[in-house]
Design a binder for this molecule. Sequence first.
Ligand SMILES: C[S@@+](CC[C@H](N)C(=O)[O-])C[C@H]1O[C@@H](n2cnc3c(N)ncnc32)[C@H](O)[C@@H]1O
Length: 233
Amino acid sequence: MKETILNYDDLLLMLDSLLREPSKFWNDFYSNREKGIPFFVNSPDENLVRYFEKDIFRTGKILELGCGPGRNAIFFAKKGCSVDAVDLSIESLKWAKERSIENNVNVNFIQANIFELDIEEGAYDIVYDSGCFHHIAPHRRMSYIDLVKRALKPNGFFALTCFVQGGELGGADISDWDVYRLLSLEGGLGYTEEKLKAIFKDFKVIEIRNMEACKQQDNTFGVSGLMVALFQK
Ligand SMILES: C[S@@+](CC[C@H](N)C(=O)[O-])C[C@H]1O[C@@H](n2cnc3c(N)ncnc32)[C@H](O)[C@@H]1O
């Protein structure tokens, strides 16, 4: 019965197998911390800082998807939030834990594939994703949306930072069908405002815009080539 598709999960696993295996890729990616990757800085996203300044975000329970070395999770924790931060890479979480000790904050880092999480329904005020969603294959997108919806309380916020389609940082300008023709996400899928609105159509759009480029001394992370979006359940 090996490689027999009997249900929807079998189909998703078969499609996963056509694409890059993520754990090894991301652990290798984080093995050298000195390689000058923009998001390796320990500063929170500019949009995240603004949402607190504007009082849109307040202290609450946060789920971060694909937290990497933890810069945004640590910022939420400094704001007094209770943070569950998930990443599949053990290397990134080692780094994130070191940073949280240096910053004297407590974050519940969870090593897991986001699709294998056992999420308590309606437990979170905010679901935050900076740079994970654009690495999610199209066939997993429906599960991703279900995960966000299930995790959030009514009126909860979902904030996203992702590649601009054909932007300076990559943002593959290919169709979803192309992913399976090319057997690759080409380094991460690019998105447009129109596409994000269509994908997250069940949410209320609060804002979708290009990320503001920031100087390093600002202590916030902002680069062009990314777009930021804020939705409400
Ligand atoms: C571009 S990095 C962004 C890291 C972090 N959010 C930041 O901005 O500093 C994307 C992260 O998503 C994680 N990731 C990708 N797919 C994932 C999945 N299915 N489950 C959990 N983490 C995932 C990777 O391990 C990686 O750390």
